[in-house]
Every structure is written in C-alpha cells, then in structure tokens.
Design a protein around this ligand. Structure first.
Ligand SMILES: [Zn+2]
Length: 459
C-alpha cells in the first residue's frame, strides 16, 4: 500500500485529463434524468437515477446498494481497502430543483457541453461534484492508497431530507465512518477556494388571522370591522424592523454565538465583495454597503424574513372590501447556537401577546451547525485545496441550511467537513445552472489529495 507521500502530480494530472470524456458522459447520463424530488411525477426517474448511480459506483470497484426509505432511496457505496485503515464518507445528493424549460437557454434536462461548461439542472447542485468525488476515489482504488471511502448519495435533499435521519438510525453500522465530507457548498468567488465550517438553520412558520366568514363592504363596515391584513402587517413590523433587519422579539438573539475576531478577519479575506454580491444576485440595493456588516449579516447573524402575504382582493384596480382573513409566510434563518424550539417559543409568546387570536402554524425546522475550523480534517481539506487550486482557502460559514448535516453529526457522531466545488455563477437553483471542467478537474485533484492525507491519519 502507498501513502500520501507517494502522490505523483504528473501522474494525477494525466489521470484527470484522461478521465474527462467518461466524466462528461456519465454526468450527462445523470443530468438527463429529471430527479426532481419535489415532483411526484419524477418517482420513476429517481429510481432510474439511483440504479444508474449504483452502476457507476460498481464500475469503479465499489460495492453499491440502493437503500429504500419511506421516501426516496439513498444509494450507498463502499470502496473497501481494509478494515484496519481509516474510513471517510462523502455525502452528495442526486435530486434536483425543478426547472422551467421556457426560461432556459437550453433544455434543463438535456445537458450541453460547451467549452468545458456543462449546462443542465443538477450539474453543480449536486451531480457534478458527486461524480468528481467518485473519480478521485477511483484513483485511490487504482493506486491502492490505504483509505476506505463510503458514498452517501441522497435523493431528498431539495425537499429538506425528511427521511434521511431515520435512514441513518436504521443503517448505523453500515454507515460507520471516521468523518464525513459534504460536497454541496459554494465558494465565495472562483478566485479562491472556500471551506465552510458553519451553517445557518431555519424555522418556518405561518401566521393566520380570520375575523369573519366573508369579505365585507368597506363603506358599510369600514372603521368597525377589523382588517386581518393590516393587523398581520402590524405584528410583523413589531417583530422586526424591515429596514435594518433587526429582530425586536425579546430573547431572539440570546444564544447567538459571538463572532470571533479571527472569524471576521477570515470572512473579510474570503473574496466577498458587496458589488460582486449585488451583481451575482441582481439586487439593486442592500441594507448596508459596509463589507464588515455585510459578511456578518449573511453568515453569522439570524434573520426574520417575510416570504408572502395572502389575503384580500388581488384583481386589477381597487375593490373596496374589508378582508375577512389573511396569512403571512415567514421563516427565520438561525445561527449557532440558537435552538429552533426556543426561538419559536419566543416568537409565539410575542405574537400572542400582540394579538391573541392570530393562529401560529409551525413549518419546517433545520438546526444550525458549527464545527471547529482548526480540526485536523479542516486542516487536511485546506492543504488539499491549496494542492489542487494553488491557493489557501477562505474559511467562512454558509448562510443556507443543509438538513442532512446536523443529522449525520448527531447520528454518526463524527466530524463533518465541507469541501464544495460550486461557484456563485453556476446558478444554484437558478435558470441555466452549470458546472465546469475547471472545477471538476481541480476537484478530482483536491479529493485525491484529501483522501491520501486521511489515509495517513490514525483511525
Ligand atoms: Zn445541493
């Protein structure tokens, strides 16, 4: 067996460029299957993609199994080199967001290849990174580098991983590993790799108010009838200052982990720029132009967000009614160490005090996540990124939430590391989603290096 000191860069480069054609063909095969987990019509496609994924894993010498859950299956692969060696598991998801074909330049479920750019739904989120890892693992196997690699390929990430935790509980021994790498995150810019060591969580809720059985005439009843849209809007404005984003609910910020000076310094070195952010998201103006404030707002502070207000008259012109019911859709992004249940309790108490007959309906929950950026795995990840991309990575946190992460941390009780390959311009969840050979080829080198570094660690 070889160890990481034997890595031959020229040999790896050749392996990677020799792999390009088959990588592209396999990526196309996967992207062309519309694995939209939100769409019940795609059940058959998901089964087909799971079988395809298992076939790919078997082609590199891994054992592959399609494990059923109450929802979509999980494909588990195992490349075994010997039980005496360390094991690393890689998590990716192969389900995708829906895509409205009319808005795309090309068909979302017919991957195109143009100058090393792969366009199609799921190319960057997360099929491209999944296959990139697989090609690195293939090299590890061919070179007999002593590390065991497991693959956890989920098909329900885009709907919040509703069955993943149960899957982990049911198959603990099969999934045993010394660490998990998640490859489903986004760099701040192409200029610099990035490692995330924290994620925001999420608590959704709906608030509803019903003050009668039908909309009524504003001339006959106005002034005396209550207006549920107005009352809900008032409650929202009491919950938070929409101009600054500051949440005014007592206790809301109690458990927010303070950002250390070192973390803030890393955020500022990450390649983030306010102008770049505006451009990437096509936003005309922001709550602040100050970079120090901006990075904290998206990575280290919780939010209160209104997603929609429903109620009243929605047609053209003005219809003079007083509405009889209304609904507001809300979510809060939560940061370490906020507890969603505790936050929800604060919010519920506050809203009930303001307006006792508002109905509060709890929606989905995802807990925030934090890991030590200085642990040995993050250090190995940083070394691997430098090896592959020539630059030290930025250490930042992710503003989004990945439900499976907290479940894996709790159930498998191992460190979780983030080694993503996606870029802002790849269009996560957006039209014309794409991935590219630069990131895939660099990613193969990065994971080869990472696996070899892990192989040199004691179990
Ligand atoms: Zn994803």
């Amino acid at each position: 067996m070889k160890t990481q000191v034997d890595l031959d860069i020229a040999h790896i480069d050749k392996y990677v460029s020799d792999s390009r054609k088959s990588y592209e063909a396999q990526l196309k095969e996967l992207v062309d299957i519309p694995t939209v987990s939100m769409d019940p019509e795609c059940k058959k496609d998901i089964e087909k993609a799971a079988a395809t994924a298992a076939k790919f894993l078997e082609s590199i010498g891994a054992k592959a199994e399609i494990i059923k859950t109450k929802g979509n299956p999980v494909v588990v692969g195992h490349l075994e080199q010997g039980s005496q060696y360390p094991t690393v598991a890689i998590y990716n998801h192969l389900d995708v967001q829906p895509a409205d074909a009319e808005e795309w330049k090309t068909k979302p479920f017919e991957m195109t290849i143009e100058n090393g750019t792969y366009r199609g739904r799921g190319t960057t989120d997360d099929k491209g990174p999944a296959l990139t890892v697989m090609y690195a693992a293939k090299y590890i196997k061919e070179q007999n580098i002593p590390v065991n690699i497991k693959f956890f390929w989920e098909f329900e990430e885009e709907i919040g991983s509703p069955h993943y935790e149960q899957f982990l509980k049911d198959h603990k021994s099969k999934l045993a590993t010394n660490s998990v790498v998640i490859s489903d995150t986004i760099w701040v810019s192409r200029e610099r790799p990035a490692i995330q060591y924290g994620l925001r969580g999420l608590q959704g809720l709906m608030i509803k108010l019903k003050t009668g059985v039908k909309d009524v005439h504003s001339g006959l009843t106005g002034g005396l009838a209550r207006n549920p849209i107005g009352e809900l809007a008032q409650v929202i404005s009491e919950c938070y200052d929409a101009r600054t984003g500051e949440v005014k609910i007592p206790g809301f910020y109690d458990d927010v982990r303070p950002l250390s000076d070192a973390e803030l310094a890393n955020f500022l070195k990450s390649g983030f720029s306010v102008d770049g952010f505006k451009k990437a998201h096509e936003l005309h103006s922001l709550r602040t132009e100050d970079i120090k404030d901006a990075v904290q707002r998206i990575w280290a502070r919780p939010t209160f967000e209104v997603h929609g207000i429903v109620g009243g008259y929605k047609g053209p012109g003005v219809k003079t009614i007083v509405p009889h019911d209304a609904e507001v859709k809300i979510s809060m992004r939560l940061v370490p160490d906020q507890d969603p249940d505790k936050v929800l309790a604060c919010v519920t108490k506050f809203i009930k005090e303001k307006c006792p007959d508002i109905e509060i309906i709890k929606e989905g929950t995802l807990r925030p996540f934090f890991s030590d950026p200085d642990n040995v795995f993050n250090k190995a990840a940083a070394e691997s990124m430098k090896f592959a991309f020539g630059k030290d990575p930025a250490f930042n946190r992710e503003g989004g939430s990945i439900g499976a992460v907290v479940s894996m941390h709790d159930e498998l009780k191992v460190p979780i590391i983030f080694m993503g390959l996606s870029l802002p311009e790849h269009g996560y969840h957006a039209i014309n989603e794409n991935f590219d050979w630069q990131q895939a080829s660099g990613g193969m080198k990065m994971f080869i290096k990472y696996f070899s570094l892990v192989s040199a660690m004691t179990k």
